[in-house]
Write a protein that binds this ligand. Structure first.
Ligand code: PMP
Length: 281
């Protein structure tokens, strides 16, 4: 396995960083995940733009063009040119003596790798999700590598033999531990607005655009925990999740067997067609 580390492609065993890296010490960094499918890297530009925005938000001076340029050589070295794969990348504020104030003139640490990854055209799962308290901070719009809140919620789901946790803040459902969440009521798609309490997922944005193309009305507002039982359908979205139908959320069962709601199904089928196009630009 090959790793791109600070401008070089090395084997995984040789990819070493300092214990004084601010990513390691403080979780002071940003990450991104994308997938390469049949027609290239799925929404590559959208992912790289989000990475750049996030780096700008926290003031790490780094130009993601360097990552863009490194993608092809990394995939080649990894034997993954034109193959289905997952690409993980992270940029931290670099290595400096441990103190809170940000170092000046220290280069960012940049790491990226790719591994083979197959994604079915449509996510076949009927997700079972728990409700978990959203005790994360108030800047969930930042794709921070500090994911403790997300990991603890996801682990609670795993311990309950569920697939995902939907997070609840002040009685409102924000998002999943590593996904966005959508509801459908009387044919209208409802999802939390892209504010500081959720990550504005690339898949979320794609789904909203698909709704517009399909003339499905959309409302961006938080859904209360007490509204779940009144909703007709629900689904999670994410880069590796794509669109995953939710069968059970907390105490509420949306459907039995494989009876996916019709709006969810329609969006899944339309989403699958995007893979026949080049969405990388
Ligand atoms: N919310 C959170 C908290 C996430 O970690 C992710 C996945 N990175 C998402 C939403 C979905 O984002 P995307 O569609 O860009 O993968």
């Amino acid at each position: 396995e090959k790793v791109f580390l600070n401008g070089e492609i090395v084997s995984a065993e040789d990819a070493k960083i300092s214990v004084f890296d601010r990513g390691f010490l403080f979780g002071d960094g940003i990450y991104e995940v994308m997938v390469q499918l049949e027609n290239g890297i799925f929404y590559k530009k959208a992912h790289l733009d989000r990475l750049q925005d996030n780096l700008n938000k926290i003031g790490i001076p780094y130009d993601v063009k360097n990552i863009d340029d490194a993608l092809e050589p990394l995939l080649k070295a990894s034997g993954l040119t034109e193959k289905s794969c997952l690409i993980y990348m992270q940029v931290t504020r670099g290595t400096a003596p441990r103190k809170h104030s940000c170092p000046k003139d220290v280069p960012a640490s940049v790491m990226m790798y790719a591994l083979p990854y197959a994604l079915p055209l449509i996510n076949p799962k009927h997700m079972k999700a728990i409700l978990a308290p959203d005790f994360r901070w108030h800047r969930c719009d930042i794709k921070s590598i500090s994911l403790l809140g997300n990991i603890m919620a996801n682990e609670a789901a795993m311990n309950d033999l569920a697939d995902e946790a939907a997070l609840v803040r002040d009685g409102m459902i924000s998002e999943g531990s590593h996904t966005n969440i959508f509801f459908v009521k009387n044919g209208t798609v409802i999802t939390h607005p892209a504010d500081n309490h959720i990550l504005n997922g690339i898949t979320r944005m794609i789904v909203l655009a698909l709704c517009q193309n399909l003339d499905i009305s959309v409302i961006e507002r938080p859904i209360g925990e007490d509204e779940i039982e009144h909703m007709d359908e629900a689904f999670f979205t994410g880069t590796t999740t794509q669109i995953a139908s939710i069968a059970i959320l907390g105490e509420h069962q949306f459907y039995e067997n494989d009876n996916i709601g019709k709006t969810t199904k329609r969006l899944q089928e339309t989403f699958a067609k995007l893979r026949t196009m080049d969405t990388s630009q």
